[in-house]
Write a protein that binds this ligand. Structure first.
Ligand SMILES: *[C@@H]1O[C@H](CO)[C@@H](O)[C@H](O)[C@H]1NC(C)=O
Ligand SMILES: *[C@@H]1O[C@H](CO)[C@@H](O)[C@H](O)[C@H]1NC(C)=O
Ligand SMILES: *[C@@H]1O[C@H](CO)[C@@H](O)[C@H](O)[C@H]1NC(C)=O
Ligand SMILES: [Fe+2]
Length: 475
């Protein structure tokens, strides 16, 4: 009896006392970098494909809620040409076809090429498709693979890239990302940095960027999100409608998640439910985005998609001097929901560095209470900032000192991340600094699922032990 009691007390103290140690790391690593200047427009990285009116700037994204459709987009420079996509499951045999739409736009004096968007639907899961766009000698062929059917144990490898731009550092990030063999990019905003230019160069730099990323975007979906560099509010040249270039060029399957704006939406892919939020669209109570998010969170079914991932541009937890506190207004509005619905991980960009948090929250604080410090919270998401794609603005290397308790790891280098979902309980996360070899992950950890993972089991165990101790004590 006594031995049993001792045993139970030991076990219980293990469960109650074993805590993570909140000591963060500020990496002192200083990586040599390419100068933070854009690649010249005539560089081979932006090569124009051969042939009259050949399709260029090819990119694909998920086209529906569950991954049985893609939207294929491209630009023809000289004339509208065809918006037809031919596709099929074996090379050179295109049994099926779909018809898209074409449009163009002006931006100041700039006139865009002909922008095509084509929804290809009714696809099989886990299947490789080949597709052809353009006509005659100028036609081009690519391929993509559809994700597995949505289900709790579907494995999948996501890449996460933010604030990419079009410098030699951006090229390095892209090349390293492609080596990772991840299957879909979760992009956290700030695409081309074309807004750093003026007049017709703005449009031209959107074109170079889309040709630059085509090496990846033509072959796998990039799940798009906007950042401040997509706003493009330029009264000096009469362009004042936010997100104009972005919305013309990049489409999202927002209707499939009952959203009313391409800027916020959700998809389900393999075992993940991915929610994309717009940091630069209204999000406070009563706004469309707020209403939509409250409805979408109710649609999340962790029995089907154990992994709940949120993407936004501005980080809610950021201890860098750059953009410090900019995420605070959204944190006040949404943080309690992220905890209530047990979001696994929130990826953001904006800050040109890497930072990962422990599970912390600050929901007890409001303007009438004094608890104003973030506290460890097992129900909170992990916050990861990956605004380190390599754009022309350079690195954000001034971290606040001392490192706050919530900050687990931070380093100002360029890179990309991957999240490899193994099953419903485990996912392996890696942050990869650009000049490290493929096998050297600079920061990595195992993400335990918030719904299926350790916490739940631990709570059950704790409850069980309390019951047993109660019983033993009352004997
Ligand atoms: C291109 O834009 C012009 C002017 O906005 C318009 O007249 C024309 O129909 C457009 N062409 C296509 C193919 O959308
Ligand atoms: C403010 O904080 C107090 C104490 O935690 C809590 O009772 C109250 O509901 C909070 N108010 C709001 C509007 O969150
Ligand atoms: C889930 O994956 C992890 C890591 O690969 C493994 O240790 C664990 O046993 C797996 N769980 C199940 C239920 O397959
Ligand atoms: Fe940004």
């Amino acid at each position: 009896m006594q031995r049993l009691l001792l045993h139970l007390v030991l076990l219980a103290s293990f469960v109650f006392l074993s805590r993570d140690v909140y000591a963060g790391i500020t990496s002192s690593f200083v990586r040599s970098e390419f100068p933070s200047v854009d690649i010249p427009p005539n560089h081979p990285a932006f090569a124009v494909p051969k042939g009259h009116n050949a399709p260029q700037q090819v990119h694909i994204t998920q086209g529906d809620y569950d991954g049985k459709a893609v939207i294929i987009s491209w630009v023809t420079p000289d004339e509208p040409g065809s918006s037809h996509v031919q596709f099929g499951t074996s090379e050179n045999k295109f049994q099926s076809s779909a018809q898209g739409t074409v449009s163009n736009y002006t931006f100041g004096e700039y006139k865009s090429g002909y922008i095509h968007h084509c929804l290809v639907e009714g696809l099989e899961h886990s299947t490789k498709y080949y597709y052809r766009i353009g006509s005659g000698d100028s036609s081009r062929e690519f391929w993509f693979e559809t994700p597995p059917k949505v289900g709790p144990d579907a494995t999948y490898k996501f890449g996460i890239i933010g604030d990419l731009g079009q410098t030699f550092n951006s090229l390095s990030t892209l090349e390293h990302y492609i080596e990772s063999e991840a299957q879909t990019v979760l992009f956290v905003g700030d695409l081309s940095y074309a807004d750093r230019y003026q007049y017709t160069d703005v449009g031209l730099r959107w074109d170079t960027w889309a040709r630059f990323v085509e090496r990846s975007t033509a072959y796998q979906p990039w799940i798009w999100n906007t950042g401040n560099h997509e706003i493009e509010y330029f009264p000096y040249m009469g362009e004042v409608v936010p997100f104009k270039s972005y919305l013309q060029r990049y489409t999202t399957p927002y209707l499939a998640s009952k959203s009313t704006s391409p800027l916020w939406y959700a998809i389900r892919r393999a075992s993940a439910h991915i929610i994309v939020l717009s940091s630069y669209s209204p999000y406070v109570k009563y706004t469309p985005q707020y209403k939509w998010l409250s409805d979408e969170l109710l649609r999340v079914d962790r029995e089907k998609t154990p992994w709940l991932i949120v993407l936004m541009h501005v980080p809610l937890y950021n201890s860098n001097e750059a953009h410090f506190m900019e995420g605070e207004s959204m944190r006040v509005v949404y943080e309690s929901w992220f905890i209530k619905y047990k979001v696994d991980v929130i990826f953001a960009g904006h800050v040109h560095a890497y930072e990962r948090s422990y599970r912390f929250s600050n929901v007890d604080y409001n303007i009438t209470t004094g608890n104003r410090y973030p506290v460890a919270d097992k129900s909170a998401p992990v916050y990861i900032t990956v605004g380190d794609g390599g754009n022309q603005e350079g690195l954000a290397s001034r971290f606040r000192d001392p490192q706050p308790e919530y900050s687990a790891f931070r380093e100002a280098s360029y890179g990309h991340s991957t999240l490899e979902i193994k099953n419903r309980t485990h996912a392996v996360y890696h942050w990869n600094r650009n000049d490290d070899g493929k096998k050297v992950a600079t920061d990595s950890f195992v993400l335990h699922n918030q719904y299926w993972g350790n916490n739940r089991r631990r709570r059950k165990l704790k409850h069980f032990l309390l019951t047993v101790i109660d019983e033993v004590v009352s004997i």
